[in-house]
Design a protein around this ligand. Structure first.
Ligand SMILES: Cc1cc2nc3c(=O)[nH]c(=O)nc-3n(C[C@H](O)[C@H](O)[C@H](O)COP(=O)(O)O)c2cc1C
Length: 262
């Protein structure tokens, strides 16, 4: 499937993590549209997504505290990776964010959940094959209209949505020399969601490339930072494509993640 870049680029600023749902079922057409996207958006054969309406609450159950508490979602999408691929975390991040942006474009609410769910229950509900693991899930549905007090507490009254400035994240070519596509791609990357909003990505820019690397240790809360970086990669590519710029990703060794070269 080709990336519907204009639609996904437009969805980026509208996406917010939502955790309280009103449990209204998805209309059948919309449900099958999302199931088809999960089937068709397969940028890497080792990563896949599966939607289920079976037991989302069971998968999110048993969470202590506020963070990660998802309530009332009528459906869930599991992001699944083959663990013998050394780049599986970034591939799952990239794939999953495409699906999340499609859901956003369809006015559905989502929330990446990487640590605070029951992976074994998720695996048995969606079905996993040899070497496969459910690396993350998202609820899908209609969020209760306004942020409830509980949800506002959960997001630190908006703090978990705040982003670092580009100047803190980018090295290399001077900002005055960035071509338009690059500026747009980097701005889109900063809007990417990340676990506990840690924004672990750093960008090294040259006239024809953006190299994404990961800052700090690999794992926190049991969630790989390379998964977050894969999400930012999708945002970079979608924004570049929307500027008519095509590039290719080359995967790199830690602490680098991948280079987008036009
Ligand atoms: C890989 C990943 C894992 C996440 N895991 C959780 C989680 O377990 N529970 C949760 O409530 N939010 C989780 N989040 C959502 C982040 O907290 C959220 O994306 C971040 O605070 C930025 O806020 P925003 O998505 O509203 O822009 C996760 C996000 C990512 C990208």
């Amino acid at each position: 499937m080709e990336i519907p870049f204009s639609k996904w680029h437009a969805a980026i600023p509208h996406r917010r993590s939502r955790r309280n749902y009103d449990s209204t079922d998805l209309e059948p057409d919309l449900l099958s549209h999302m199931q088809n996207i999960c089937r068709d958006f397969r940028p890497f054969p080792q990563a896949r997504a599966k939607l289920t309406t079976q037991s989302p609450d069971e998968i999110f159950k048993g969470i202590i505290g506020h963070y990660g508490k998802i309530k009332g979602a009528p459906a869930l999408i599991a992001f699944i990776g083959k663990m013998d691929d050394p780049y599986i975390q970034e591939k799952v991040g990239y794939l999953g964010e495409g699906i999340i942006l499609e859901a956003t474009a369809k006015d559905l609410a989502t929330c990446w959940v990487g640590g605070f769910f029951r992976p074994k229950v998720a695996a048995s509900v969606v079905g996993t094959g040899e070497n496969e693991r459910v690396l993350a899930v998202t609820p899908v549905g209609y969020a209760i209209e306004d942020f409830s007090l509980e949800e506002r507490i959960m997001t630190g009254f908006g703090r978990t949505h705040r982003r670092k400035r580009l100047a803190e994240l980018v090295t290399g070519l001077d900002q005055a020399e960035w071509p338009q596509w690059m500026k747009s791609a980097l701005e889109a990357a900063t809007l990417a969601p990340s676990a506990i909003n840690r924004q672990p990505w750093r960008f090294y820019v040259e006239p024809d490339s953006i190299t994404v690397s990961v800052y700090g240790s690999r794992l926190e809360f049991g969630i790989s930072k390379r998964l977050d970086c894969g999400i930012a990669m999708l945002h970079i590519e979608v924004a570049a494509l929307d500027y008519g710029v095509q590039g290719k990703w080359e995967f790199l060794e830690t602490p680098s993640v991948a280079r987008f070269k036009i």
